[in-house]
Write a protein that binds this ligand. Structure first.
Ligand code: PAF
Length: 283
């Protein structure tokens, strides 16, 4: 696997790939890789001739400094996993390489308002930071396709809307969420959970599954109340939001017949680790 920290080196390597008329698949990550990331890489390897992974813990998408400091960084392990899976090139720049003019300002990108709700409401500036880094990475790598996990569904929808609204010639490919045996969605943050918190973290998946089963039988409001009640009984888990929204507009639904494509999204803190998850209820 080629490993580069500078834009110059990456672009020289990718020039040679393009000259051979090979397609480039790209998986942007913040490292602390798990099977969920590897599923993205494998999918990218199936669809493309050459696969690039980036690892960059992007400070401007963290609205919480403690969260940024605690974010796991295990580059040696990550490199090993990427070599094993067969990634072609790793780009792992330092801050100055990504942002040579210093921390970029917050930008209000036009993503049809999708960045203002749910995660956007709870984490001000988060999506501006995500779009800024993804835009920069797309400019450096110019991939044919880029792979994003369904676990961060709102992020996936926003990036998809961003490339459409700004005519960026990259195909965005969604990849289903990978889960532990007990249902917990794989996330780099899971490794920060204390054992007693880890056990309770399955509550997110449990309420999503229940929402899927109960949809249509219970009113939307009753279902949401049920979820709040379940979290009130929990010892360590604290609910931030549980919403049922239209899959494409993220507008809340109040009755089951309001939309033919509904997704449930949840965010909760378990101990001091913030987790998100989602499940398509129907489409
Ligand atoms: O999903 C992530 O890991 C990050 O938000 C991303 C897309 C790599 C941008 O920093």
């Amino acid at each position: 696997m080629l490993k580069y920290k500078t834009v110059k080196e990456v672009q020289a390597a990718l020039k040679a790939v393009r000259e051979k008329k090979q397609t480039i698949g790209f998986v942007p990550t913040m490292g602390a890789l798990h099977e969920g990331h590897l599923a993205l890489v494998k999918e990218a390897m199936e669809d493309n001739d050459f696969v690039v992974v980036s690892i960059f813990v992007n400070p401007i998408q963290f609205n919480n400094k403690v969260d940024l400091e605690k974010y796991p960084r295990v580059i040696e392990q990550d490199i090993k996993l990427l070599e094993e899976v067969g990634c072609d090139l790793l780009f792992y720049p330092e801050f100055e390489e990504m942002y040579p003019d210093g921390e970029p300002p917050e930008v209000d990108y036009n993503v049809n308002g999708l960045d203002k709700v749910l995660e956007g409401a709870f984490r001000p500036g988060h999506f501006s930071g995500v779009i800024t880094v993804v835009k920069r990475l797309f400019e450096i790598i110019a991939p044919d396709r880029a792979y994003f996990g369904m676990k961060d569904y709102q992020q996936l929808l926003i990036i998809n809307t961003f490339v459409k609204n700004y005519n960026i010639p990259v195909e965005i490919v969604p990849v289903p969420t990978e889960r532990e045996e007990d249902g917990l969605a794989l996330s780099s943050r899971n490794r920060l959970l204390k054992p007693e918190h880890r056990r309770e973290a399955t509550l997110l998946y449990e309420v999503l599954k229940r929402a899927k089963i109960r949809s249509g039988f219970q009113t939307v409001e009753d279902l949401k109340r049920d979820v709040v009640r379940k979290f009130k009984k929990a010892k360590y888990a604290e609910l931030e939001y549980f919403e049922l929204v239209d899959l494409y507009t993220l507008k809340p639904i109040v009755t089951w017949v309001q939309s033919s494509h509904v997704i449930a999204l949840i965010a909760a803190k378990v101990g001091d680790v913030r987790l998100i998850d989602n499940m398509i209820i129907y489409m």
